[in-house]
Design a protein around this ligand. Sequence first.
Ligand SMILES: NC(=O)c1ccc[n+]([C@@H]2O[C@H](COP(=O)([O-])OP(=O)(O)OC[C@H]3O[C@@H](n4cnc5c(N)ncnc54)[C@H](O)[C@@H]3O)[C@@H](O)[C@H]2O)c1
Length: 164
Amino acid sequence: MPQTRIWNVAVVGCGIGRSHIAEGYARHPDKFRVRTLCDVDEGRLAALGDEFSVPRRTRSFDELVRMDDIDIVDICTPPALHVTQTLAALAAGKQVVCEKPLAGSLAEVDRLIAAEKEAAGRVMPIFQYRFGNGLQKAKRLVDLGIAGKPYLATVETAWKRTPQ
Ligand SMILES: NC(=O)c1ccc[n+]([C@@H]2O[C@H](COP(=O)([O-])OP(=O)(O)OC[C@H]3O[C@@H](n4cnc5c(N)ncnc54)[C@H](O)[C@@H]3O)[C@@H](O)[C@H]2O)c1
């Protein structure tokens, strides 16, 4: 039987980062191991680290990207940090998962594309509705003429958010 690779992950940002662990990595221990957590908030770092028994914790992103045994850096920090942290992780040879918004402008996206071309790693922006079919359904209704002639389209998402 071929041995499946286990990817060592560092999660940066302990807000939505918790969901990445709980709903992603922790459910696939045969593929991923969260070895490091990073957050500037000591309390959040300790709470999430303890909850998932993450062995290494740091408040320094720079220290994290220097860790040789980390394959994937999963960036869950506030939006303004995404581009610089993604570029730094790519430069350090890591694979990068980055929460949305990936960048604040098309020019920044171009910088990321250019950096990725030179890097060993790939950038994987979070896009959890990639396989959602809402738009395809709407398009089909339009294509069939059921929706009539479109003059204006608006989209609203009504989400029921819970504290968790
Ligand atoms: N995909 C989705 O549906 C979804 C849902 C929620 C949030 N998000 C995105 O995830 C990102 C984070 O959102 P959140 O709700 O978790 O925010 P949050 O403020 O709860 O968490 C961000 C964490 O990053 C930490 N942080 C800030 N600067 C840091 C740094 N330099 N190094 C390390 N850690 C640092 C903060 O201390 C905080 O704990 C945002 O870009 C947001 O848009 C996406």
